[in-house]
Design a protein around this ligand. Structure first.
Ligand code: NAD
Ligand code: GLY
Length: 363
């Protein structure tokens, strides 16, 4: 078992990473000394696989868990689902000392975390992420929320979990496309913070793609260390934390204009990161060789690195970028790379450069 600490004063917590940790969920929750009543929020794919062992582990430690199953997929991240969760929590009389376990991918983590942040003005929650993306990114750092029709994650809160339990065995059942999409966030950590991690991914990609347990344990741990380090310095994104959005300005806009139906998040940010690397070459002098290394690594993972948009779609993309939370004073701000392993945030990028970059990225 590997342990990473998220250093946030009295809101500090541990990320536990290893195979078979789900069986110890009850014992770990008991250490937090919460009340006996709790709810497991999960989705229709994860629940049938993992809710029963999670429930048994909690019961064995003396807890009384209620299981709430929401539909699988991004559309469940809505205020309507939040309302249904509140109703079930209230019917089961969960109280201030009760807690919520988010068992699933980033959708469940964001949704259940938002429910925990707001039910009774906030109760404790524990993240049990079951996708690669959630283990390396969304379960850590306390950003929780849901989507509005107008855009992604537009309603939310910062509410830190009390514990993150990454059971690597759950990744065995993750569909291949979802696994590869999660690797887009892993590669991101290499680009924004850790050139050695990027080189390791280039070198050991076969082991990573084969979900080799040792390789996975060390890669997930390194990503969690980076996220913990960044969040520990800037919990509410007043500066540094913005680097985690590398590739997300264009990525989120692509997801929005395709109504969340065409690309998985990881696929959209793969295109977004290749675009950001190209913009970095034009505006910050990132070398062409490094742009090509970035593109090639995403391509080797099988993630999209090109995009063909017509004029109307391109206009819609730019409009969607302006709705993003990263806009400041009406100006879209980008995270750009000086070199692999070092990025800067808050970079204004003229529209003209975005059009040029998208033209270069047509397949
Ligand atoms: P997801 O939660 O939709 O999970 C992907 C799919 O895999 C779903 O169909 C799910 O049911 C299924 N699944 C999950 N675990 C499984 C398993 N072990 N075996 C079989 N199937 C499994 O998607 P995701 O990629 O995990 O998360 C994407 C969400 O995360 C987006 O809403 C995004 O906005 C959010 N996100 C949040 C943050 C944050 O900091 N809060 C960061 C990045 C992304
Ligand atoms: N995934 C972006 C963040 O946590 O800040």
């Amino acid at each position: 078992m590997r342990l990473v600490k998220v250093p946030l004063g009295e809101r500090s917590y541990s990320i536990r990473i290893g195979a078979g940790l789900l069986g110890g969920l009850g014992e770990q929750c008991a250490r937090l000394k919460p009340g006996r009543r709790c709810a497991i929020i999960t989705d229709a794919n994860v629940g049938p696989r993992y809710a029963a062992p999670a429930q048994s582990a909690l019961e064995a430690a003396g807890f009384h868990p209620l299981v709430i199953t929401v539909p699988a997929g991004e559309t469940a991240k809505s205020l309507a689902t939040v309302q249904r969760c509140y109703d079930q929590l209230a019917a089961a009389r969960l109280e201030r000392r009760s807690f919520i376990v988010a068992l699933g991918g980033g959708v469940v983590g964001d949704l259940a975390g938002f429910v925990a942040a707001t039910y009774l003005r906030g109760i404790a929650f524990v993240q049990v992420p079951t996708t690669l993306l959630a283990q390396v990114d969304s379960s850590v750092g306390g950003k929780v929320g849901v989507n509005l029709r107008a855009g992604k994650n537009l309603v939310g809160a910062f509410h830190q979990p009390r514990l993150v339990l990454c059971d690597l065995e759950t990744l065995r059942t993750l569909p291949e496309r979802e696994y590869r999409a999660g690797l887009a966030e892993v590669i991101k950590y290499g680009i924004i913070y850790d050139a050695a991690l990027f080189r390791r991914l280039e070198r050991d990609l076969d082991g990573v793609l084969a979900r080799d347990p040792e390789t996975l344990a060390s890669v997930v741990t390194r990503c969690c260390q980076i996220k913990a380090d960044v969040v520990g310095q800037d919990e509410t994104e007043s500066g540094l934390r913005a680097i985690l959005n590398f590739g997300h300005t264009i990525g989120h806009a692509l997801e929005a204009i395709s109504r969340y139906g065409r690309f998985l998040h990881g696929e959209a940010i793969s295109i977004g990161q290749v675009a950001a690397a190209r913009l970095s070459a034009a505006l910050l002098g990132l070398s062409q060789k490094e742009v090509e290394r970035v593109r090639e690594l995403f391509a080797r993972v099988g993630l999209p690195t090109t995009i063909r948009l017509n004029a109307a779609q391109e206009a819609a993309l730019l409009a969607a970028m302006r709705l993003d939370k990263k806009v400041s004073g009406g100006e879209v701000k980008f995270v750009l790379a000086r070199r692999i392993g070092e990025v800067v945030w808050g970079q204004a990028v003229p529209d003209e450069w975005i059009h040029r970059t998208l033209a270069e990225m047509r397949d």
